[in-house]
Design a protein around this ligand. Sequence first.
Ligand code: HEC
Length: 256
Amino acid sequence: MMMLKKYLKQVLLRKFKHKNYMLMKRNFLFFWIISSLLVAQKYEDVIQPIWDEHCASCHTGNNYSGDLDLSSGSSYDNMVNVNSKGYQGYKIVKPGDSENSVLFQKIVGNIAFGNPMPPGGNKLSSSKEEKIKKWINDGALKEWGDLAIENEFGITPNLFGLAQNYPNPFNAVTSIQISLVKDSKITIKVYDFLGKEVNSLIINQSLQKGSHRFIWKGEDDNGYQLPSGVYLYRLEVNSMNGRELYQNTKKMIMLK
Ligand code: HEC
């Protein structure tokens, strides 16, 4: 009898180990596939070429031009979160706020900010202007993800939506944006890759229609930091009287 018990235990243990191994293997593969799909855009590839073409002829080294060096390799540290020389109290580029960034006001030609850039009527094309605006408003990062996922499903502002978290992958904090067609009650939960709930960000909270943003700090419900990996976040929208209106789940990656 003892022998049989021991034998069964061994078989079970082996099975369990094998299952765990297979699961790990699958997770790793999945993690790898997702990571390779989410290619971040780089400041150097998207924004720097605009400076090279239109600005660096004047803004190089410590020339005149407000000491603003926009040549490759120097531009980022010379403008992001740097005080403007010409306009007291303003940053040249203020992350997340194109309206209060001297650089942006100058490229759109707002006369309150002096000469437009580039000077002499050579305004940047509107697509370049848009790129710069989006980059600043996305946080003026060296690498940033694509925010346009909401349009992936043809969602217009008159539909419910759950946007891809931003930034993604993320290191410290990430934001999750949702859009609501009508006043509703929402729940947002975060799950680990095995589907175990790790954080209930918002529980049945009443919100007005429109768009809302939530921050997740990569912590569990008790404020403990969670490990790197793939996480899922799920939005559930119910009407004020409890009828299901919308649900969606998306993946995000935390890289510590
Ligand atoms: C023909 C030369 C020239 C070109 C090209 C040029 N700039 Fe300038 N820029 C200047 C001069 C001169 C100043 C300082 C006087 C002023 O603020 O108008 C200046 C000032 C600035 C400032 C203000 C800096 C501060 O500290 O307040 C910003 C921002 C700026 N330029 C951005 C750009 C950008 C972006 C481009 C390209 C899209 C560009 N400039 C192209 C000559 C130029």
